[in-house]
Each structure stands twice: as C-alpha cells, then as structure tokens.
Design a protein. Structure first.
Length: 262
C-alpha cells in the first residue's frame, strides 16, 4: 500500500491530467490525497473540480480531497457574503469568470452584492456540496496531511480549522519533529532555505514536508509518493519529471522503506 499526495492544483487542469497519468498507482490499494486549493488562479478551476469529483466517486475509499483556504474563501463568499475571495491576489476573479462566463468588475458596494449572487447562482450544487464535504485533515500509517500546517505541533484533531487552512508558522516549518506532516498552502520558494536545498522544489525539514511547488506559471505541480519518496512533477509546457528523494527523509518513513525492501 502506498500514498500519493498532490499539492495545490489551483486550476491547472492539464498539469493535473499529466500527474495522474504519471502515477504508478493501484487504485484498489493505493491512496490518492489532494491537499486542497483545487480552485483559483489557473485556467480551468471548474474542470479540476469535475476531475477530482470523478476520481473520488470512482474510488471513494482511496481518494481523499482536503479543504484548502481557497475553497473556504469561496464558501464564505457564498454563505456569508465575505469579500476576501474577490481580492485580486486570491485569483478568485479567474474562477468567477470560469463559473459565470462573466468578467469580475467591482467598482462599488453594490457590485460586491451582485457578484456574490452571481457566483452563488452559477457554481453547480455538486461542486458546492463537494467543497462542504472536504475534511480539514487526513491521517494514515505514514503521515498527517493538512492544507497549511500544524499549530504548535498539535495533532490536527486538536487544532482549529482556521489554523489548518491558513497558518504560516516558522516554528512548524523549522522545528516540527512529530509524525511526518505533509502540507501545501505556502509555495516552497517562500519556505526556509534550509529545507529546500537539493529536493527538486519540495521542502523537507525534520518532519515538516511542503509540496506546494506551484509558485508561478513555470512551476510544476508536484506529487510525492510515500513511503518511497518518489516525486512526480508536471509542468505547464507539458514536460514531466520524476525524482527519487534520498536525503533528509524522516526516520519513521525511512524505516517503512526498509520494511518494504526499498
């Protein structure tokens, strides 16, 4: 049994297709985990959501999709009228246009209300129900999986959902030594340098493992296989790459590799 963990997709449907085709995954035994942020910024967020729903419906016991802060911002917009999703730096405007076939234009207070009603009317119920069903974390024998990180090293079940979706904690990035924890949310170029050296864009420091390598249009979408630490990457230009990570692997996962004869 193996676990394949995909970082933040952000609407990059073609790269998602490339990653899925690359994986030597047995759907009947291997788990596929998405760390959240399926939507915003990329060229086809609704298509990404469709694809992930299809995967999860076909293999409900072996596909897990966590909630990211971008899914939460969209839900907050629709459910509560929150406006942060409309901020330019979120990339929500692209997803708004993809769902509504209308450009987002905010010039007045009434424009916010109109945009909120428009997106509420246009996002399919299937997608909204899927976003609402997304768990905030997952755990298996190999690791913990969250979107953003852990609060003071606490188990996700003891952590506020806000922290699992949003936190950026240097103490966690630099000093966490508990059960291995895979996370996305913060692009790896913004994480401490020590954990980025020679790992093909992912971040490993003690037990904190960051795999959101999608910093810009030239960055790959990444998937890490556990416990073997094979890394699969798909780029916007159609190129792909596979790497075997051999350094700074947490001891518990290295021991599992040995048990598997790897």
């Amino acid at each position: 049994m193996r676990t394949f963990v995909v970082g933040d997709i952000h609407g990059r449907r073609a790269q998602l297709h490339s990653i899925i085709e690359m994986l030597p995954r047995d759907p009947s035994t291997d788990t596929l985990i998405f760390l959240g942020d399926l939507i915003d910024r990329g060229a086809d967020a609704p298509g990404v959501v469709d694809d992930v729903i299809e995967l999860q419906e076909a293999q409900p016991d072996h596909v897990v999709t966590l909630r990211g802060n971008h899914e939460q911002m969209l839900l907050d917009c629709i459910d509560e009228g929150a406006r942060i999703w409309f901020a330019p730096n979120t990339g929500g405007a692209r997803t708004f246009e993809q769902y509504t076939n209308t450009a987002l234009r905010i010039n007045s207070e009434t424009d916010f209300d109109a945009a909120q009603r428009k997106i509420q009317d246009c996002v399919p119920d299937e997608h909204l129900n899927f976003f609402r069903s997304m768990p905030f974390y997952y755990e298996d024998e190999f690791a913990l999986y969250v979107h953003a990180g852990l609060d003071q090293g606490k188990h996700p079940r003891d952590t506020e959902p806000w922290a699992l979706l949003w936190m950026r904690d240097m103490e966690f990035y630099k000093h966490y030594t508990g059960k291995p924890c895979l996370f996305g949310h913060t692009p790896t170029p913004f994480l401490p340098l020590r954990g980025r050296l020679g790992r093909h864009g992912i971040y490993i420091c003690h037990s904190a493992i960051g795999i959101d390598t999608g910093y810009d249009i030239h960055s790959p979408l990444s998937c890490l296989e556990l416990p073997d630490f094979n890394l699969y990457q798909a780029f916007a230009d159609g190129q792909t790459a596979t790497h075997r990570i051999t350094t700074l692997i947490p001891d518990s996962l290295r021991a599992m590799q040995g048990a598997n004869g790897n």
